[in-house]
Design a protein around this ligand. Structure first.
Ligand code: PMP
Length: 359
């Protein structure tokens, strides 16, 4: 049951129970309209109000300046990997990529298909255990792309180096987990399926004057301008996903906003990192301490045979999603906004008991 399951999935991942309950209550008859929000026109007044309220909540919670657009798209963060160079990278220019993990590598791979690129910094030689902070920005850089939280390796930017070229951040796995100074970025994007709602919605926050520099010879649906100019209603949006995203944002407001959520996230991740650090090497973390992610806690059980047993016993005890990404193995606990404190406490206790039994 939901009560006996601790959901540490990396994405799609846990949603607040109260949000799911409210959605369930509104599923058959949305606000007395005799039908689900999924069954209505995206051009109707009822859906439009839901759509605009979600954008407004996003603006308020993230303190998004007036000169930024908030756009809902489809195609996930992966489509953004292609669309960014497609829209912004011209002949004779180059795009800089900060390499901090697998998703940065995927983003760079797509950019290479569109134009000239280079690596601004990389922590690859250190198995992506740290956030590369020493950036080398070349002349003629059109934009710099970074991944704010590395979902697979479990590292996260704490500060952002100052640069004087447009900065674009993939925030798929830490969007709305803490306050962010949006004005530092020309663009922020994220798939919704970790901190914001179900999969199927991609959020793009983009500065208007940067958006205006985009090329216009791309297919209509692949131009940011198309979506910005039509309030994300150029074509049929993922209406149910956007409704859910709005409900998740309402829940964040009810938690006290992003400062409160950030404090909570720090506490939650701390419970698990503390067990790792006090384990005298029985467990060890993948990330360097100063680069540790509050969202994805990556660790190993030092003894490989015991690690298999750890994952098996954890699954037996109701912990879901603790296997590391298939590309790196090990263990990973994803403690996004909606993962309750109680789940992190339960995992910390389980880890201590497992060590006491087997050390
Ligand atoms: N970037 C990051 C940081 C991610 O964690 C993910 C998904 N795990 C992606 C991009 C890819 O997102 P999508 O599946 O929405 O294309």
């Amino acid at each position: 049951t939901r009560e006996t399951t601790y959901n540490f999935n990396a994405g799609p991942s846990a949603l607040p129970t109260v949000v799911l309950e409210r959605a369930q209550a509104q599923l058959l008859d949305f606000e007395g309209n005799g039908m689900s929000i999924m069954e209505m026109s995206h051009r109707g007044k009822v859906y439009e109000a839901v759509h605009n309220a979600a954008i407004e909540r996003m603006r308020k919670l993230y303190n998004i300046p007036e000169d930024y657009e908030v756009i809902f798209m489809q195609g996930g963060a992966s489509l953004q990997f292609s669309m960014i160079p497609m829209n912004f990278l011209n002949e004779g220019e180059t795009a800089g990529y900060v390499m901090s993990g697998s998703w940065s590598q995927k983003a760079l791979k797509e950019a290479k298909m569109q134009g000239a690129t280079y690596e601004v910094a990389s922590s690859k030689d250190n198995q992506f255990k740290n956030i590369p902070m020493d950036w080398n920005v070349e002349d003629n850089t059109r934009y710099i792309h970074m991944t704010s939280n590395n979902t697979i390796y479990g590292t996260q930017f704490k500060d952002i180096p100052e640069v004087n070229v447009p900065l674009i951040a993939d925030m798929s796995s830490d969007i709305m987990s803490k306050p962010v100074d949006v004005s530092k970025f020309a663009m922020i994007y994220a798939g919704a399926q970790k901190n914001l709602g179900p999969s199927g919605v991609t959020v793009v926050i983009v500065k208007k004057d940067f958006l205006e520099t985009a090329k216009e010879e791309n297919p209509t649906v692949l131009q940011y301008k198309t979506h910005a100019d039509s309030n994300s209603l150029y074509h049929t949006p993922p209406t149910f996903g956007i409704y859910m995203l709005g409900e998740v944002l309402k829940w964040i407001e009810e938690q006290g906003g992003l400062e409160a959520v950030d404090r909570q996230n720090e506490m939650k991740a701390g419970l698990i990192y503390d067990v790792i650090d006090a384990s005298e090497g029985f467990y060890y973390g993948h990330a360097d301490k100063d680069s540790r992610s509050l969202m994805n806690i990556t660790f190993r059980v030092a003894d490989e045979a015991l690690e298999k047993q750890f994952l098996a016993e954890a699954a037996e005890a109701g912990f879901v999603g603790l296997n590391g990404h298939r590309s790196v193995g090990g263990c990973r606990a994803s403690a996004y906004n909606a993962v309750p404190v109680a789940a992190c406490e339960a995992l910390a206790t389980f880890m201590k008991e497992f060590q006491a039994k087997h050390a």
